[in-house]
Design a protein around this ligand. Structure first.
Ligand code: NI
Ligand code: MN
Length: 226
């Protein structure tokens, strides 16, 4: 599985011959000017919640490829009205797609579209692909039910956690999240895009290494293999 960071909460995941993009927000991201949205033709777009910094480029990307949206009922309905097909899920549910299994988990945040439309509850997702299991937390606070993930679903190979603080967890809480998740390898996202969420990367790396955890901070456009 290859994971490329496209800035903010947008990941491009290539696995089992399929491409999945999470929370596309590229055109309005000053830090991601070198990423060409027109080149992106994913098989799936996975959306954690309706906020604009997670959905802005959904229509553009979906209209240039045969994409299926995966998100909650409300978000899939919203985009189906715009002619984009989707697979609706909701918290606690799982589904086997052609690239692997997706499990829809809790997130503690809010979820509304820029036009005020209700976006349902925010979610995180677990992806089981190519014998690996990754948790994509979405925008969330720390919550103790994260402990249920290794207990009920199994061992994680990677946890993707928001780390920019202000709207989500910050460094300290994401470290505790990795304890709850029993996952030593963390990929940080949702930082630096706006003034509110500047991440002290040195402090973050130091905090994780002092606790014998592996924090991955990718440059925008940079990839990792799992
Ligand atoms: Ni949000
Ligand atoms: Mn956000």
């Amino acid at each position: 599985m290859k994971i490329t960071f496209l800035g903010h909460s947008c990941l491009l995941i290539q696995a089992n011959g399929k491409t999945i993009i999470t929370d596309p927000f590229i055109r309005a991201n000053e830090l991601a000017k070198h990423i060409n949205v027109t080149d992106l033709k994913p098989d799936y777009i996975l959306i954690t919640h309706a906020h604009q910094d997670h959905t802005l480029d959904v229509e553009e990307i979906a209209n240039q490829s045969k994409t299926t949206l995966i998100s909650n009922w409300e978000i899939v309905n919203y985009f189906e009205k715009k002619g984009i097909k989707g697979h609706p899920m909701n918290t606690g549910g799982s589904w086997n797609f052609d690239f692997g299994k997706v499990i829809c988990t809790l997130a503690h945040h809010s979820s509304s579209f820029a036009d005020g439309t209700y976006g349902g509850n925010p979610n995180g997702y677990i992806l089981e692909v190519e014998n690996k299991r990754i948790y994509i937390a979405g925008d969330t606070a720390l919550f103790t039910d994260m402990r249920l993930i290794p207990l009920t679903i199994g061992k994680l190979d990677l946890a993707v956690l928001p780390m920019g603080d202000n709207f989500t967890m910050g460094i300290k809480d994401s470290l505790i999240a990795s304890d709850f998740l029993e996952c030593k390898t963390v990929l940080a996202y949702h930082y630096d895009t706006f003034g509110y969420i500047k991440l002290d990367k040195k402090l973050a790396s130091q905090t994780f290494s002092e606790n014998e955890k592996n924090l991955i901070l990718l440059e925008i456009g940079q990839s990792m293999n799992l």
